[in-house]
Design a protein around this ligand. Structure first.
Ligand SMILES: *Cc1c(COP(=O)(O)O)cnc(C)c1O
Length: 399
C-alpha cells in the first residue's frame, strides 16, 4: 500500500507536468539519496547557504545566490532585499514601507497571480503599458520609454516576468534601469529548460532572478533559486535565515553575509516563514548539477515514445492528435488532443472531469480546454501509467 493510501489519499496519474497542485516534478534517485544523506548530519545553515551560493553563482554567472522555498518565496525575498538593502531598520519594518521608496514598475501585460509574491514584501506595483494584443486592439507591446516615464522618487525597482516572447527585451530594459540606478527583479520560475536561461537572464542585466527548483530542475517541490548581485543576496539571506545568535558570537561566512556592511544584526526578518531545510538545499543542488550537466536530455526520447503510444491508441477516436516535439532536445515534448466534441458527444471539459474522477484519477493539462484540446505532458509518465492514460482516453472518447 502506498504511503498516501495509508492516509486515505488516492495517488493520481499526473499527465499535466510539474505543477505545484499535483506535487511538482519527479525527483531522480540521486536527488532522493542526497536528501536522505543530508538528513543524517547537522550543519550551519548559513554555511550551507554560502556553499549553495557558490554553486548557484557557477551555474548562473551571478555573483551570488540562495536556495529559497520556491520561486515565489524568491520573489518575496528579492523584493524585500531591494526595498531594504543593508538597512536594518527597514528590514525590521517590512512589510510596512510607507516611509521609503517601495514602488516596483511592471508592465500591465506581465501582471499575474504570482506577483502577489512581490506585493507580499510590502512593495506596491505600478503598472505601465497596455494589453493591446489580448484586447485585440492593436499590435504594440510595452515599451522601454513607458517604464522610464513612470520613474519617480518613490520607485524602488522594476519587476519583469521573463519569457522568450516578453517585450521589451530584458537587455534594453535593464540598460535603462541601470542609468537610473534601479534594480531589476526577474521572475523566470518556469523558464527552464533551456539550460541557457540559467545564464542568459543574468547576462542580460537582471539584478536578481528567481527560478523554481521543483519544476524542470527536479529538486524538491518546495525549493527555488534566487540569484544575482551579492549585496542584494546578502539582504535577502539576512531576511530569511534564523537570526537568534549572540552578536558577540555570530560569525556568518563573509562571502554570503559580510558583517562589515552591517550596523548590527537584524532580528528574524520578513522571510523567516520561508525557511529551507538542509535536506532541501542539498537535494536542490544535486538536482541543479543533473540539470546543468544535461542528464535529463536523455529522457526526452522515452517521453516522446510514450506520447506516441497514447496517440496510436486514439487513432480511431473522434479527435486529432498533434505531437509537439521538443524544440531543443531539452524541453519535454507534449501531445495535444483536439476533441471533435460533436462526434464525441461530450466536451473537452467533460472528458477532463471524467478522467479526474476515474480510478486511478488522471490529470491531463487543462490549459487549452476552451479550444476543445487536452494536453498530455509526459514528465511524470512511465510506461505503465502512459498505457493507463491511453486506455482511459480511448474509453472516454468512444463511449
Ligand atoms: C511556477 C511559477 C511561479 C511559482 O514558482 P514556485 O517555485 O512554485 O514558487 C512563479 N511565477 C511563474 C511565472 C511560475 O510559472
Amino acid at each position: 500500500m502506498s504511503v498516501y493510501e495509508d492516509l486515505g489519499v488516492q495517488p493520481i496519474i499526473n499527465a499535466t507536468g510539474a505543477v505545484t497542485r499535483l506535487g511538482g516534478a519527479p525527483m531522480p534517485e540521486e536527488v532522493l539519496a542526497a536528501f536522505q544523506a543530508a538528513a543524517g548530519e547537522s550543519v550551519s545553515l548559513e554555511e550551507l547557504q554560502a556553499a549553495a551560493s557558490q554553486r548557484i553563482a557557477a551555474a548562473t554567472g551571478a555573483e551570488a545566490g540562495i536556495v529559497t522555498a520556491g520561486a515565489a518565496a524568491g520573489l518575496t525575498l528579492g523584493a524585500a532585499a531591494i526595498l531594504t538593502g543593508d538597512d536594518l531598520g527597514k528590514m525590521e519594518r517590512l512589510p510596512q514601507c510607507d516611509d521609503f521608496p517601495c514602488q516596483f514598475i511592471v508592465a500591465r501585460e506581465q501582471r499575474s497571480g504570482y506577483d502577489h509574491a512581490v506585493r507580499a514584501s510590502g512593495a506596491r506595483l505600478v503598472e505601465v503599458g497596455f494589453n493591446e494584443i489580448v484586447a485585440n486592439a492593436g499590435v504594440r507591446r510595452t515599451e522601454v520609454w513607458e517604464y522610464e516615464a513612470a520613474i519617480t522618487d518613490q520607485t524602488a525597482g522594476i519587476f519583469y516576468v521573463f519569457s522568450p516572447s516578453s517585450r521589451p527585451g530584458l537587455g534594453e530594459l535593464s540598460a535603462m534601469a541601470r542609468r537610473h540606478d534601479l534594480p531589476v527583479l526577474v521572475d523566470a520560475a518556469g523558464e527552464l529548460p533551456p539550460r541557457e536561461h540559467l545564464t542568459s537572464i543574468i547576462a542580460a542585466g537582471a539584478d536578481l532572478v528567481a527560478y523554481s527548483g521543483g519544476k524542470a530542475i527536479r529538486g524538491p517541490q518546495s525549493t527555488g533559486i534566487l540569484a544575482g548581485r551579492s549585496d542584494l543576496i546578502r539582504a535577502a539571506a539576512l531576511q530569511f535565515l534564523d537570526m537568534d545568535d549572540h552578536p558577540e558570537l555570530w560569525n556568518p561566512p563573509a562571502d554570503l553575509i559580510d558583517r562589515e556592511q552591517l550596523s548590527g544584526i537584524p532580528r528574524h526578518g520578513l522571510g523567516r516563514g520561508y525557511k529551507v531545510s538542509k535536506e532541501e538545499i542539498v537535494a536542490l543542488l544535486t538536482a541543479l548539477d543533473l540539470f546543468t550537466s544535461g542528464a535529463y536530455d536523455e529522457l526526452v526520447g522515452g517521453e516522446q515514445q510514450r506520447l506516441e503510444v497514447i496517440a496510436a491508441a486514439l487513432k480511431h477516436a473522434p479527435c486529432e492528435c498533434r505531437l509537439i516535439e521538443s524544440p531543443d532536445g531539452q524541453c519535454s515534448p507534449r501531445l495535444e488532443i483536439e476533441i471533435d466534441e460533436t462526434a464525441a458527444g461530450k466536451s473537452a471539459f467533460e472528458i477532463c472531469r471524467e478522467l479526474r474522477s476515474g480510478s486511478p484519477p488522471i490529470y491531463v493539462g487543462h490549459g487549452k480546454l476552451r479550444e476543445s484540446t487536452l494536453v498530455v505532458n509526459p514528465l511524470h509518465l512511465t510506461d505503465g501509467p502512459a498505457e493507463i492514460v491511453a486506455a482511459a482516453l480511448r474509453k472516454s472518447l468512444t463511449q
